[in-house]
Design a protein around this ligand. Structure first.
Ligand code: TRP
Ligand code: ZN
Length: 545
């Protein structure tokens, strides 16, 4: 679904000194090209119009001669190939049957969407896997694949505003490496993360379309139904709440149906199959909690997760009501070389090696809070474009920092260090709100650099106003997507003064502005050759999460 207001070092990897993983990942607004009726009419060949009649059907053919393909992009500057501009996805129904013998998946994804222009054809993002059939509104339809697109050409054009239902059946092998999609910096070969007993899902930011065909951009959220069929004794969980569970006719399989009724970006999908224990945990602040942990490690994992309810209540105090129906932590064995944690909606993902090691308990709790904070910042309010990644990572880092430092003493020295590194981070990666490339979007510049911008804003407007901005952000944009311009406008509205002059250089300049209240703070000089490693070393303890 599209928001009605439309147009208008890797800090996060889990490697690093506290986690002995394998060498880790190192550490514009979108405009949908909506074809207006006038433009469509101009594009249509001139025909002698039949006399106008009352029947609406009589004009149909004439209008639809202006039907055009939906643009094969939503115009994201970091990922220009993602998405399609010709429709709005409303709901995805994902049916998956996991076959333990072959460790493969038979899947059917049914997308319900509405055409936003007169459409002669449209595309979904889809990469890898083997398609067995494609049906449009129940009947066969012509399709073709190129690059990471599945292109659908209906027999007759689809009128703007018409709902459509596209069902794609396919065969998937989570262990395959035959995908084109590359997750920056690069991280994984696809969004499928195979484990011995099944798989988990990690598609952020641009590769969820290796798991299911979709309009794979956070500006087109949808609701979801998951129907997961697995051998009896195997556990299957997905985003949202469990609706029903039933045995297959021969009693060898179990199907679990999950629904996520809150709008969700495709990149935040979580589907997990394997030997897991689902632990219901007493909730807090009215939030239902369930954790999904590898059964073999449950006794080691669960004690590390016991601050969860307290952390949820702490976030609710700061950001406002929890935006979804359930929360939980997914902690699988066998994915330690993933190297990062991930804020999949309602069920954040953490490699078990990181949780179990617990050598630095504060650091582990920081990461748990980080992914929890993303449920508000990144999930409920999704980035309008991937250049807005600082809105996700800066906020998640800000709350992580504040959780770890209730009296604010470390925060000051941490912000001082980030300030010192800031010109170097910007030199290496670009302005905080305009990363130079997708490869640098998960660098420290988005995490500590983004948190530093929030600290500067708090210094400028004061604690009370800053707290109101944070809650207003959720109140205004929950369930939608929002960008940096929205953040500047909302901050200004809440503060009652125009903050564009203050925030624009903090967000869009390569040189770091003066920090309000700290006239003595200075930045280290940019050393071009050394810049990336220096940026990553700004917080050695947290580098390369
Ligand atoms: N968004 C994740 C976090 O901060 C990190 C992350 C997701 C990531 N995908 C990535 C980091 C790919 C590096 C590469 O919690
Ligand atoms: Zn993050």
């Amino acid at each position: 679904m599209v928001s009605t207001r439309r147009p208008g070092h890797v800090r996060s990897t889990l490697t690093g000194p506290d986690f002995l993983g394998p060498p880790g990942r190192r550490s514009a607004r979108l405009t949908r090209p909506l074809v207006t009726a006038a433009a469509a009419a101009l594009a249509a060949p001139l025909v002698l119009a039949a006399p106008a009649s009352a029947g609406s059907g009589d004009n149909l053919g004439a209008d639809l001669r202006g039907a055009r393909p939906g643009a094969e992009s939503v115009g994201d500057r970091l990922f220009p190939t993602l998405g399609n501009g010709g429709y709005d996805a409303l709901h995805y129904d994902l049916g998956m049957t996991y076959q333990a013998a072959t460790r493969t998946v038979e899947a059917t994804t049914t997308m319900t969407a509405v055409a936003t222009q007169n459409l002669s054809r449209f595309s979904l993002d889809f990469d890898g896997n083997t398609i067995t059939s494609v049906r449009l509104d129940g009947g066969p339809v012509a399709f073709a694949r190129h690059d990471e697109k599945l292109v659908i050409t209906p027999a007759r054009p689809i009128r703007a505003g018409t709902p459509l239902r596209l069902a794609v059946a396919y065969h998937a092998d989570p262990r395959s490496t035959a995908f084109t999609c590359v997750v920056p910096p690069p991280a994984t070969p696809s969004a499928w993360v195979p484990i011995d007993s099944g798989f988990v899902d990690a598609g952020q930011p641009n590769c969820e379309h290796t798991v299911f065909p979709s309009n794979d951009h956070p500006s087109d959220k949808a609701t979801y139904t998951f129907r997961l069929t697995v051998p009896q004794g195997t556990t299957a969980v997905a985003n949202g709440r469990l609706v029903s569970t039933f045995d297959g006719p021969d009693r060898t399989t179990t199907t679990s149906v999950y629904r996520e009724d809150a709008p969700m970006a495709s990149e935040l999908t979580q589907i997990v199959v394997g030997d897991f224990t689902v632990a219901q945990v007493p909730g807090a602040a009215g939030v239902a909690l369930r954790n999904v942990v590898s059964t073999a490690s449950a006794a080691q994992i669960e004690p590390v997760l016991t601050q969860e309810a307290e952390q949820v209540a702490w976030m609710v105090d700061r950001a406002g009501p929890y935006p979804f129906g359930v929360y939980g932590e997914l902690v699988p064995d066998g994915i330690d070389n993933l190297g990062f944690a991930l804020e999949t909606q309602t069920l954040s993902l953490f490699p078990s090696g990181f949780i179990k090691s617990n050598r630095n308990p504060v650091r582990v709790q920081r990461v748990l809070v980080h992914e929890l904070a993303h449920q508000w910042f990144g999930d409920s309010v999704a980035p309008a474009t991937w250049s807005d990644i600082w809105l996700n990572e800066g906020h998640a880092t800000w709350y992580e920092d504040n959780w770890a430092d209730p009296d604010g003493s470390n925060l000051l020295s941490q912000m001082h260090d980030a300030y010192a590194a800031s010109d170097r981070m910007r030199a290496a990666d670009g302005p905080v709100a305009l990363p130079d490339t997708a490869e640098v979007m998960f660098d420290n510049n988005s995490y500590d650099g983004g948190a530093l911008v929030l600290y500067a804003l708090r210094q400028e407007v004061g604690d009370a106003t800053f707290a109101r901005i944070e809650r207003a952000w959720q109140a205004r944009f929950h369930g939608r997507d929002a960008g940096t311009a929205d953040f500047i406008a909302l901050s200004s509205a809440v503060a009652g003064r125009d903050l564009r002059g203050f925030l624009t250089p903090w967000l869009y300049s390569r040189s770091t502005p003066a920090m309000p209240g700290h006239p003595d703070w200075t930045v280290l000089p940019v050393q071009p050759a050394a810049a990336p490693s220096v940026a990553a070393a700004a917080h050695p303890a947290r580098a390369a999460r």
